[in-house]
Design a protein around this ligand. Structure first.
Ligand code: F0G
Length: 462
């Protein structure tokens, strides 16, 4: 063996300074917990979870630099020092001049939807996201999915499954008229498609098309650094650019963005709107005082703003983003060894199990992904979430939507788990896969009106 071939492992670019104990429970106990939670992983108590892969939202481990920043919170009602530092960093890293903080992403989505949408408008986007689409609909718009077809196929190896299909977009513009399009809503990577990025080339094409028709282009930049990473790794001409350079180039094509800071920025709470449009900025700055708090804190404490500002500086570091995506790749590769059906290519924030392939004997009406996420929890205490028919909800006529993708998402909080945690999760999923024929579906026994996946309850079918 040559010397070089011995050196192929990598390790997380951090060491552990403080630990939080986690509890190992028995299968019998977890069966009871799952039943009490109506087989919805959102309704489990965190202390009954062993390895929590529910979400990467607000569940990240902050660095010592961020924690130190918490002590520097300027908790003045108005004009906090932390606000100005964060605004400077938003300008520096995203390149957009105007900034309004919010307590989390959906508050920003709410305000942007209210400002940009008139009842009867259309909002085309690269696949829906649950809260984003709901706010667009509540403001009176119809969301239209214009993502490329490959995004709906778990096995397509297209490197940029988050791309917008230009023909679908232009056909919609011609059909309804440019003045009926509130804005084009582009997210990257696309959460519901499996964490799939768009390419810079596609973004440039979308930009040209929207410019031609004088339509605004808005960005859900919640996990924008992951998209920048995939561009660096997969797109010609970007290998030598830094994550920070690519991120700034991405943002240069957009009129503005909303962000859930609970992801990329590696904090536990936060969000914002950033834009180059002064009029939208002024409206958002005014609306924020109605819904969130003064425009210099947006529902957050000064210390939260400081943690976000410092998180921004860390999120663009290559080693942070590459180790994060490296963990997900490792997870996927281990699962492949057991032939577990997955969404390809592996995404930026999570591994997605293809529940239609995993449980082909369970019809979509009996919630295969919901069932599978509950089964994995019962097996090992590993918590994931449903991203299928339950998440998709109902259309304007009240009918269930039947998404092509029926998935279980196993999401990685940033800097929280080690390779051994991943190995345990792999073993559990492999075990459930081996026992899959015994699994039957479920029926929904309680359905809330909005975003039902958070609070719906289920019962096993006999
Ligand atoms: N946009 C995207 C792409 C998201 O993933 C989320 C949240 C939001 C907007 C809303 O932000 O939660 O801060 O209000 N995603 C979380 C998840 C909930 O688990 O994927 P929020």
């Amino acid at each position: 063996m040559s010397k070089q071939s011995l050196k192929h492992s990598w390790a997380e670019p951090y060491k552990i300074k403080m630990v939080e104990p986690i509890k190992v429970t028995t299968r019998e106990y977890r069966e009871k917990c799952a039943k009490e939670a109506g087989y919805n992983t959102f309704l489990l108590k965190s202390e009954d979870v062993y390895i929590d892969l529910l979400t990467d939202s607000g569940t990240n481990a902050m660095s010592d630099y961020q924690w130190a920043g918490l002590m520097m919170g300027d908790e003045a009602y108005a004009g906090s020092r932390n606000f100005y530092y964060l605004w400077d960093n938003v300008k520096k890293f995203y390149g957009l001049p105007y900034f309004v903080p919010t307590h989390q992403g959906r508050a920003a989505e709410h305000m942007i939807s209210k400002i940009m949408i008139k009842p009867g408008d259309y909002v085309p986007g690269n696949m829906y996201f649950t809260t984003t689409r709901l706010h667009q609909e509540l403001a009176g718009a119809t969301f239209v999915d214009v993502i490329i077809d490959e995004a709906h196929d778990p096995r397509s190896m297209h490197p940029f499954k988050g791309n917008i299909d230009l023909k679908k977009l232009e056909d919609l513009i011609k059909k309804v008229g440019a003045n009926k399009i509130a804005y084009v809503s582009m997210a990257g990577p696309v959460n519901m498609a499996g964490g799939q990025p768009f390419s810079m080339a596609n973004l440039q094409d979308v930009y040209e098309l929207t410019k031609k028709y004088k339509i605004k282009l808005w960005f859900d930049g919640t996990r924008a650094t992951e998209n920048a990473y995939f561009i660096k790794m997969r797109e010609k001409g970007y290998a030598d650019k830094t994550i920070a350079q690519i991120l700034k180039e991405i943002c240069s094509y957009f009129d503005g963005m909303w962000v859930s800071a609970k992801k990329d920025l590696m904090v536990n709470i936060g969000g914002f709107i950033a834009t180059r449009n002064k009029k939208v900025f002024e409206e958002a700055r005014n609306l924020v005082v109605v819904y969130e708090g003064l425009h210099t804190y947006g529902g957050l404490a000064g210390r939260d703003l400081e943690a976000m500002a410092r998180g921004l500086e860390e999120m663009v570091k290559f080693e942070n983003i590459s180790s994060r995506i490296g963990q997900i790749e490792y997870f996927g590769k281990q699962l492949e060894k057991y032939y577990v059906p997955l969404v390809y290519p592996f995404g930026g924030h999570a591994i997605f199990l293809d529940a239609k392939q995993f449980l082909p004997h369970v019809k979509q009406d009996f919630f295969p992904a919901q069932t599978l996420s509950a089964e994995i929890y019962v097996d090992s205490g590993v918590r994931g979430m449903e991203r299928g028919i339950v998440s998709a909800g109902r259309d304007s006529e009240g009918k269930n939507r039947y998404p092509k993708l029926e998935l279980v998402r196993l999401t990685f909080p940033r800097r929280v788990y080690t390779q051994s945690h991943i190995d345990v999760a792999v073993e559990s999923i492999a075990q459930v896969f081996e026992d899959r024929k015994k699994i039957k579906g479920m029926k929904m026994i309680y359905e809330p009106k909005y975003l039902r996946f958070f609070q719906a309850r289920f019962e096993k079918i006999k």
